[in-house]
Design a binder for this molecule. Structure first.
Ligand code: ADP
Ligand code: MG
Length: 367
């Protein structure tokens, strides 16, 4: 546990539901709480926020203890330095955007203020909306204002409960880049509840899987996405995320080279978006876009073919298998998932330890 880590140890009994969790979360970056409806995600946020007085256990943020039932400590919600953003942005309808932001700032004790009410304006791109009334905002804009209002309180912890769930696909696409950017700029941890795999892949650094009130698994994003025994990998959208670093750009081919652990990937790049050398990027690869070959393929249009080793093979949907790989000739690089038919798997004799070539048909830069 380092200085800013967040500890949540909680037991809570409801009539037909028991929460029993023990987690230590990193004190920076975004932790996704992921799990089916009713698994206890919102309840975890409520405990962190001090809305569940009956919960037994401990809540600690850095060196501050917000709750410790054994010692009778319970810091009330309004004294916990946290921002809470809900699915439906709860703005004050009788105040302008500026009024809403100032409210967040004004209610923060002067000693806890670390920046002024304008802090979130640029981060969320809402400077031009200050004089608008809430009913004059789109769903995506409302959510950005709600986040900025939470930031105006100088929180030590930001809680977000399915902030995109009420938005249609277009509004989601509009707001995600702001959340990604926020992530780089924020120095406080974010606990982000979602049941969208896409949001997890794009935003999270750390993932906690909840199931029926318990922690099923937790760990760094790249590991959690590619564990074939976990539900994240079992759906249709199974995806691997690799952390890359730009090491070159060819202006004639309009291709950028990204170094990853265990190889390189080529990515088409527009002339406008030429990445600078050394720039970090989060690259996502759908499991269904990765096919396997026992020999190095020749004369293929697939640009990205990487040597890898099979680590595990799991039944996915009927007739299909998920193959876990580690990149590099020795299989010591990044994890990657491939989804192929069981027939191909049998024909090629795919089994743990086998050296293969992963042909990657599509790579997307998600951040
Ligand atoms: P999630 O956010 O993962 O969908 P919740 O944390 O909201 O799940 O709920 C977990 C369980 O607790 C569910 O079974 C839900 O029905 C139950 N629950 C939530 N709020 C209450 C409440 N106020 N009283 C009784 N049961 C509740
Ligand atoms: Mg919920």
């Amino acid at each position: 546990m380092t200085a800013n880590d967040l500890q949540l140890r909680a037991q809570l009994q409801r009539s037909d539901f028991t929460l029993d969790v023990d987690m230590t979360l990193p004190g920076h970056g975004i932790t996704a709480l992921f799990g089916p409806s009713g698994s206890g995600k919102t309840t975890c946020l409520r405990v962190l926020a001090g809305l569940e007085r009956a919960a037994r256990g401990q809540v600690r943020v850095g060196d501050a203890t917000w709750q410790d039932s054994a010692r009778g400590v319970f810091v009330p919600t309004h004294q916990r330095a946290l921002g809470y953003v809900f699915q439906e942005a709860s703005l004050f309808d009788h105040q302008t955007v500026e009024g809403n932001l100032r409210f967040g700032f004004d209610r923060t004790p002067a000693t806890l203020r670390r920046h002024d009410w304008r802090h979130g304006l640029e981060l969320l791109g809402i400077g031009h909306l200050l004089q608008r009334w809430p009913h004059q905002l789109s769903g995506g804009e409302r959510q950005r204002v709600a986040i900025a209002r939470a930031l105006a309180t100088s929180p030590q912890l930001l809680l977000m409960d399915e902030p995109l769930a009420a938005l249609d696909a277009a509004r989601k696409a509009e707001i995600l880049p702001w959340l990604e950017q926020l992530h780089e700029a924020l120095d406080v941890p974010v606990v982000y509840v979602t049941h969208s795999l896409d949001e997890v892949a794009r935003l999270a650094d750390h993932v906690v899987l909840l199931d029926q009130g318990r922690v099923q698994a937790e760990g760094p994003l790249a590991d959690m996405l590619t564990r074939a025994d976990l539900p994240l990998a079992q759906g249709d959208g199974a995806v691997s995320v690799l952390m890359g670093r730009c090491s070159g750009f060819s202006p004639s081919d309009l291709m950028a080279v990204y170094d990853i652990d265990g190889g390189h990937l080529l990515l088409p790049q527009s002339r406008q978006g030429v990445p600078r050398q050394g720039k970090g990027a989060r690259l996502s690869i759908q499991a269904r876009d990765v096919s396997l070959s026992l020999q190095q393929p020749v004369q293929t249009s697939v640009l990205n073919v990487l040597p890898a080793r099979v680590t595990d093979v799991q039944e996915a949907v009927p007739g299909q298998v998920l193959v876990g790989l580690r990149l590099g000739p020795d299989g010591e690089g990044a994890r990657l998932l491939s989804r192929i038919s069981r027939l191909s798997c049998n024909r090629l004799g795919i089994a743990p330890g086998l050296a293969v070539y992963a042909q990657i048909k599509g790579v997307a830069m998600v951040r």
